[in-house]
Design a protein around this ligand. Structure first.
Ligand SMILES: NC(=O)c1ccc[n+]([C@@H]2O[C@H](COP(=O)([O-])OP(=O)(O)OC[C@H]3O[C@@H](n4cnc5c(N)ncnc54)[C@H](OP(=O)(O)O)[C@@H]3O)[C@@H](O)[C@H]2O)c1
Length: 188
């Protein structure tokens, strides 16, 4: 059975974006990006909330992103090769290949996907991921903690979910970013 992984880059106080929607401080440097490329390379499918999809779509539609460096080109190729499911009530059409829209988040459908998939799935952003946490669907977390406190904004983890975590690995980077790799053990 494939795993569903929640992946996020968050501030130390647990936000993926600050109150102004800014997340410049989360931009991975070359060392972190290389690491993320290798984490994402084996994935089969991204499950995206519409807002996260809109921040990622440039990896296919804006060639200037991939043209920045071989590292960025590598990520663009990884991203384009994976399947994408975008959850949205408002999005009329998608602008990337291998992408479909789902109008509702159906936990049973995701459970079936996990059972049938040959490669792991990843879920983001936090609004969509909260629903996956609540349904007990998230098997692992790849959390990158940026060395910054932003004081408020969009929380990386939901308020009303309790999950026990087993630390499987960790790593520190030269930028001060820290990677925490957890397996989830649901408590209620
Ligand atoms: N830290 C970083 O590295 C980083 C990187 C990129 C982005 N970000 C930030 O991450 C955040 C994006 O995450 P988010 O939590 O705001 O949003 P999200 O989870 O990516 O997307 C939320 C949207 O997904 C759709 N959706 C959610 N649940 C659904 C359901 N059950 N059925 C159908 N559609 C559903 C809705 O779209 P509709 O409104 O279309 O119905 C909803 O508005 C933003 O704050 C962005 O700035 C941070």
């Amino acid at each position: 059975m494939a795993k569903l992984i929640y992946s996020a880059i968050a501030s130390l106080d647990g936000y993926v974006a600050d109150e102004d929607g800014n997340f410049d401080w989360a931009a991975p440097d070359e060392e972190v990006h290389t690491f993320i490329n290798d984490l994402d390379r084996p994935l089969g499918t991204y499950l995206y909330g519409r807002r996260m999809y809109e921040t990622m779509v440039g990896w296919e539609t804006d060639h200037t992103l991939a043209d920045q460096s071989p590292l960025m080109r590598d990520f663009a190729q990884i991203w384009q090769a994976a399947n994408k499911i975008v959850y949205s009530g408002t999005l009329e059409a998608v602008s990337t290949a291998r992408t479909r829209i789902e109008r509702e988040f159906d936990p049973e459908a995701v459970r079936r996907m996990k059972a049938l998939a040959g490669r792991d799935l990843i879920v983001g952003g936090p609004d969509l991921a909260a629903q996956a946490f609540k349904a007990g669907l998230v098997d692992e977390c790849h959390l990158f903690v940026a060395p910054v406190v932003v004081g408020g904004g969009n929380r990386s983890l939901p308020d009303d979910v309790c999950v026990k975590l087993e630390l499987l690995d960790e790593r520190r980077f030269g930028s001060g970013m820290v990677y925490l790799y957890y397996r989830t053990r649901r408590t209620r």
